[in-house]
Write a protein that binds this ligand. Structure first.
Ligand code: KG4
Length: 339
């Protein structure tokens, strides 16, 4: 009998619902929240309200687009955390209501695990390009920068992570001081394509193991701006593209350095990237380059699966459903967690 799972994602500022049947995606609907743009970052209170407004239309559309009736659902998967508490409460409460009304199990999903398992979403039954275990996954987003050793769909070990800022945060914070708006990552990426990555040198961390640090880079970037602005008030405007290209090159260098060290040490050449920052074209190019130079078998997500989406929640829920890993009705969201 086929297994049909609906995934619900509401951890930050995207309301999303997706239907997956036997591992194959039937729909993936995402409603973003433009309301935060004016504030230069996500405003938690506004995010929860927007989730309340969006969740019913998004779920209805996901079911309609999948071409199923809701009584065909085998289980309800939802993001339990980490994320913004008010946002998570909307998805969690909705999942409980749907689960009770359809009398099907509810499955909790860890958002970070879901980002990794996004690589297992099949867009058609013939889609067989999933990573083989064990593989390394670089998870880079606005809140996380981790190297994960993935031994199975439910067996993941964080072997390195940031001790301060995340990679996406570094992009966003540096973009903010250049007045590039929020989120800054995509803007930096666009401008970087027109700039010289060697124009400026920013400091790189010297920390042990497979851990990351981006706060020093942020400070070094700020000091560069401060020093040049003293001489030329139009420095940022005149050097935007070069600043972005140099910033992006430094972030990528830091990320790839530790990732390749882990790959060498562990003898693992199957390497994936996930999370919002995996949309970065420079980072993607670095992966293609490493594949060519070091024989890596790489897995780069489609752009639609880089940012928050419910298809990754549904696929994670699917694997947990197959193992009978259901969640009790008194489950509460968690805002912080490691894998
Ligand atoms: O995974 P994600 O959607 O959610 C959060 O962690 O909140 O990641 C969002 C992050 C933001 O920091 C955003 O600036 C960054 O991903 N991002 C990018 C690009 N697209 C999104 N960073 C660099 N280049 C991009 N093209």
């Amino acid at each position: 009998m086929s297994v049909t799972i609906i995934g619900i994602e509401s951890s930050c500022d995207d309301t999303s619902a997706a239907v997956i049947r036997d591992g194959v995606m039937l729909s993936n609907i995402i409603a973003g929240q433009a309301v935060h743009e004016a504030y230069g970052g996500v405003v938690p209170e506004l995010a929860s309200r927007a989730h309340q407004q969006n969740i019913i239309p998004v779920v209805t559309e996901a079911i309609r687009k999948a071409g199923i009736e809701k009584n065909e659902l085998s289980g309800i998967a939802f993001t339990r955390g980490p994320g913004l508490m008010g946002s998570l409460l909307v998805g969690t409460s909705f999942a409980k209501g749907l689960s009770i009304s359809l009398d099907v199990p509810m499955i909790e999903v860890n958002h970070l695990q879901a980002h990794v398992l996004a690589h297992f979403i099949k867009e058609s039954p013939e889609d067989n390009d999933q990573p083989a275990f064990p593989f390394l996954c670089l998870l880079v987003s606005g809140g996380n920068s981790q190297i994960i050793l993935v031994k199975g769909t439910d067996d993941m070990e964080v072997i390195g992570q940031t001790i301060d800022d995340a990679a996406g945060e570094a992009f966003d914070k540096c973009a903010k001081v250049m007045g590039l708006g929020y989120p800054g990552g995509p803007v930096v990426n666009r401008l970087a394509n027109e700039g010289n990555p060697e124009a400026f040198k920013f400091s790189k961390p010297h920390i042990p193991d497979y851990n990351y640090s981006f706060s020093g880079l942020k400070t070094s970037f700020l000091y560069t701006l401060r020093d040049h602005l003293k001489e030329d008030p139009d420095f940022i405007e005149k050097n935007k593209a070069d600043l972005c290209a140099s910033l992006q090159a430094t972030v990528i260098d830091i990320l790839m350095n530790k990732l390749s060290k882990a790959s060498k040490d562990l003898g693992i050449k199957e390497v994936a990237v996930a999370g919002g920052v995996s949309a970065n074209t420079g980072l993607r190019d670095a992966f293609y380059d490493y594949a060519k130079r070091y024989g890596w078998k790489i897995h780069i997500p489609k752009f639609a699966f880089t940012t928050d989406n419910a298809a990754m929640v549904a696929i994670t829920g699917y694997y947990k459903y197959l193992k009978g890993e259901y969640c009790p009705m008194d489950a509460v969201p968690f805002s912080r967690v490691v894998l």
